[in-house]
Design a protein around this ligand. Sequence first.
Ligand SMILES: *Cc1c(COP(=O)(O)O)cnc(C)c1O
Length: 365
Amino acid sequence: MTGNPSLRFAEHRNPNPTPPEARQAILADPGFGRYFTDHMVSATWTRDEGWHDAKLEPYGPLTLDPAAAVLHYGQEIFEGLKAYRHADGSVWGFRTEANGERFMHSARRLALPAFPVEDFLASIDLLVRTDLAWVPSGEETSLYLRPFMFASEPFLGVRPAAEIRYLLIACPVGSYFAGGVKPVSIWLSTAYTRAARGGTGAAKCGGNYAASLAAQLEASAHGCQQVCFLDAVDRHWVEELGGMNLYFVRRDGRLVTPELTGTILEGVTRSSVLELAKELGFDVEERRVGIDEWRDGVGSGEIAEVFACGTAAVITPVGCLRWDGGELAMGDGGAGEVTMRLRQALVDIQYGRAADAHGWMRRLA
Ligand SMILES: *Cc1c(COP(=O)(O)O)cnc(C)c1O
């Protein structure tokens, strides 16, 4: 349910946009998060005035006071979502409202002001329409949208900041798996945890990512691409990866994903897979999954496939799990059949090749 946007965005066009040839060269091989479009949207909140000074402006560096609270105490949240170009040239968002609602939820946890979902959606519409030529059209390419909010108030006292900036930037992204979907290797972190009860695990904040980097280094040192975190109390229950949720596919056709206990980030992809899997005839369980269930289940063949899911890489097969003292391949270590079926079902909806029975797609341009 969304009402009318309350903010009016002033429009200041970039007088020096990227020349079309240079843009085309970028779109031919955009990578991830390297090249940004010609514009951004910004707005400022102050305790006295609320949200104001909303505008579309040329993409460019910010001026920030060195005492800005975010640089010291990390009061920051963000979102990540994509705009997809369909075969007829139209551009669509996928469950954009869900990201707007999660942004509100994250804001509450980080003591940041509410940014109404209607304004969140309006900022996305405005940027995508303005930088429409930056939405790529290649196989599994998209325009990645990064809304974020941070404490800009120059003040070193510890309290919720009285001045906040909202920004929205966008970058074209290529297919995460150029040359075919490849399973990832996962390091099981026993030295580090990601989130504790009452902490910020269910909010999308930069601090969670900062805290995951040491574990990520440990994973790389062990030749793994991603980290799996266990719960912080028993160090036993499987939670999620640093930026993706997990699913287990059982041989009997049941799908299991760790339940939301307050320490797991509720992924939009995770929720979508829950619904799609049910429609494809799978029983889906949200419950706690112990690390022994994972290891024993793969060993005995009870667990046939494991996959990770998130907006950036959609659905990614897990090829192997490694920990201090052992290693286990999932099945034959390749991409599982159920994993790939769910992946196809999801991207077909996102790219307009399958009917959107859930009303998940929203036309942006
Ligand atoms: C963003 C994120 C996810 C995935 O969420 P999606 O909405 O599916 O992109 C999973 N875990 C963490 C910690 C995240 O930050």
